[in-house]
Design a protein around this ligand. Structure first.
Ligand code: GAR
Length: 188
């Protein structure tokens, strides 16, 4: 199963996926390409570390979506990888219908809350400010509704009395690092 990773940030979930692959814990899934919309993203540095091509793909001029040209650039570059699965691991742009149609049913996303609670930006901070006692992370299929696609799996994280926003974020990231590779292995 050929996997393409898309990310915008530090890439800690990509590390978890690639380490699982190295340990033989990613089933029949193989990461064949990493793409980022952010030229400075930590996720791009993982390419040389793990021996996977990692490429910046221009996504100008917008910050949280792709214009029509950018969308075509992404579709062409990803199609060239012949992916069976596209994993959004911290990819901070909305995926619109032409992109979805090009890879129907093949795109999954990681979100740092127990959806349908706290969709959109800053899922961790939203849960923290709302004062819930249990939050977590979700892997779901991507549809045109932002963070609204079918839920594949979730992991719960309890907010304890001594937690801060920072310790909560650490706990959620640790839960993500276990959940996402396990889901990919199951889908493979
Ligand atoms: C993860 O916490 C992921 O859930 C979140 O971005 C982070 C990426 O971290 N995604 C979203 O908020 C998507 N709306 P990473 O770059 O260290 O893997």
């Amino acid at each position: 199963m050929r996997v393409v990773l898309l990310g915008s940030g530090r890439g800690s979930n990509a590390v978890a996926i690639l380490e699982a692959q190295q340990k033989g814990k990613l089933g029949r899934a193989r990461v064949v390409q990493i793409f980022s919309d952010n030229a400075d993203a930590g996720i791009l540095a993982l390419g040389s570390r793990f021996g996977v091509p990692a490429t910046w793909l221009d996504a100008a001029p917008f910050k949280t979506k792709l214009d029509a040209e950018g969308e075509q650039r992404y579709i062409a570059a990803i199609s060239a990888c012949a992916p069976d699965l596209i994993v959004l691991a911290g990819f901070m742009r909305v995926i619109k219908p032409p992109f979805l149609a090009a890879f129907a049913g093949k795109i999954i996303n990681l979100h740092p809350s127990l959806l349908p609670s706290f969709p959109g930006l800053d899922g961790i901070g939203q849960a923290w400010r709302r004062g819930v006692k249990i939050t977590g992370c979700t892997v779901h299929g991507v549809t045109a509704e932002v963070d609204g696609g079918p839920i594949i799996d979730q992991a719960a994280v309890r907010i304890e009395a001594g937690d801060t926003l920072e310790t909560l974020a650490e706990k959620i990231h640790a839960a993500e690092h276990a959940l996402l590779p396990a889901v990919i292995a199951r889908l493979s």
